[in-house]
Design a protein around this ligand. Structure first.
Ligand code: ADE
Length: 416
């Protein structure tokens, strides 16, 4: 089948939204210009499982300009921008994605991407790669892949540790030009955006609990603080907890934070971080949202068991009335609130993340015969090139080292 989208008539709207993203993704557009001329991906079949957003469309158009043949599906059942999916379908991309698709459809669409027999995979969360490793599609012809997010990288490393990973994958997530920007500023801003679009709650003065102080949690905490919230961080990692303390946040266990919070956001990558014992302690009116990749961080089953009644307040907010009369609000059904209730990370940060994707895919095509079935970091040259280009596009100049300085940092005998 050529495509499965909600409504192909949404294509014109989607094209305008993609054009907006293109105007804010200058680095990727520069790469596209070169790809158009050099065709480094000529006849390369790519299978992609990404959030189907306007920014993803800019990446897909860039890969197509490089000569690739692409099939795309969503990396989350609720994150698809249906107009964007329609626009891509109208341009000849095999897109299988509908916002609100069922879990069964989600995996069926992944299988449809694999039926196109990609030789390169692009994944966000590793569902495409794990489905391929569970026997769907033809893994033997795959030469390599990339992974966009922390959760996916952790899953792939677990596979590699057990010697189960069958082809090389570059952890795009771990590039400095990705996680130091996308995860911090992208997740930070868009998570607040999602909470506001769902609730329009005043952040100032609220007790805002962030579970997890990795790159994403840190981004959310600093943005919430910037809007006047009193931020509490919960952690299991002593080093991250210490960083949160020294960044000026209150740190305490969830069993304590649960009593104080007005708004809770999970960003840990782990499951049941907010569970029954915590919900039992929460204030009437507490709002729960998740910014981690999977919908496992808030124990929704516990909420379901504890409820007397449930109402939909709007598209992204469910009200759970508990047996004791307290109301607890769950946003975006516990899925990524920034992508479900808002539009995901802004184009300017996805510019760097997806430039890493484009250049790493080109790198795989050129170097796959030298790579082993393990998880690789993004080559340093790619990371630095993206930073250089981004600064240039932002009109910012930096210093260069003098000859004397270059020599100085290479020596060890000169002291005070
Ligand atoms: N992940 C987070 N934000 C995203 C976006 N805007 N597009 C694609 N993937 C994303």
């Amino acid at each position: 089948m050529e495509y499965i989208v909600k409504d192909i008539k949404l294509a014109e709207k989607g094209k305008k939204s993609i054009e907006w993203a293109e105007n804010h993704m200058p680095v990727l557009m520069e790469i596209r210009k070169r790809f158009q001329e050099e065709k480094p991906l000529k006849d390369i079949k790519i299978g992609a499982c990404l959030h189907v957003t306007k920014e993803t469309a800019v990446l897909i158009r860039t890969l197509k300009a490089g000569g690739a043949d692409i099939a795309l599906t969503a990396s989350n059942p609720l994150s698809t921008q249906d107009d964007v999916a329609a626009a891509l379908a109208s341009e000849g991309i095999r897109v299988y994605a509908i916002k609100g698709e069922t879990r069964e459809e989600y995996y069926k669409f992944i299988e449809m991407v694999l039926e196109n027999e990609p030789i390169i995979t692009i994944d966000d969360g590793a569902d495409l790669v794990t489905t391929l490793h569970k026997g769907k599609g033809n893994i033997n012809t795959v030469i390599g892949g990339t992974e966009e997010t922390t959760t996916g990288v952790l899953r792939l490393k677990a596979m590699a540790d057990k010697k189960l990973l069958k082809y090389p994958i570059i952890a795009v997530n771990n590039a400095e030009t990705k996680w130091d920007f996308d995860n911090i500023y992208g997740t930070g801003q868009s998570t607040i955006d999602g909470i506001l679009r769902a609730t329009n709650i005043l952040i100032a003065g609220k007790k805002f609990v962030v579970a997890g102080y990795g790159h994403c949690g840190k981004g959310i905490a600093i943005r919430a603080k910037g809007m006047g919230a009193r931020v509490i961080v919960t952690e299991v990692d002593p080093i991250k907890a210490l960083k949160a303390v020294m960044d000026g946040f209150d740190v305490m266990p969830m069993r304590e934070a649960a009593k104080h919070g007005d708004i809770f956001v999970t960003a840990t990558g782990n499951k049941n971080v907010i569970r029954r014992e915590h919900i039992e302690l929460m204030k009437d009116g507490a709002i729960l949202a998740n910014a981690g990749h999977f919908n496992v961080e808030i124990d929704i089953n516990a909420l379901e068991e504890m409820k007397k009644e449930k109402r939909k307040i709007n598209d992204f907010t469910d009200e759970y009335i508990l047996n004791d009369g307290r109301k607890i609000y769950l946003l975006a059904e516990g899925r990524l609130v920034n992508l479900v209730a808002a539009e995901g990370h802004p184009s300017e940060v996805m510019d760097m993340s997806f430039s890493n994707q484009a250049l790493c895919i080109e790198y795989i095509v050129k170097n796959y015969h030298k790579l082993e079935p393990k998880v690789y970091d993004v080559p340093r040259e790619i990371d630095e090139e993206i930073a250089r280009l981004k600064l240039k596009k932002m009109g910012i100049e930096i210093d260069t080292m003098t000859e004397e300085q270059i020599n100085y940092i290479k020596t060890w005998w000169e002291g005070t």
